[in-house]
Design a protein around this ligand. Sequence first.
Ligand code: ZN
Length: 51
Amino acid sequence: MKVTCRVCGQTAEVAIWSEEYERLKTAEDPAYICDACAQKIRVEAQNEQPH
Ligand SMILES: [Zn+2]
């Protein structure tokens, strides 16, 4: 399944046997975010909320 990253607009192929595909398939508003953007968001979130 072809998906588009909601953050950077890059397209990626999600394998139908992957957990990501299961998550997108069952989501009401499927929002795919690529690994690079997910990593970036994670880092930014950590910076905003230091433990
Ligand atoms: Zn992205």
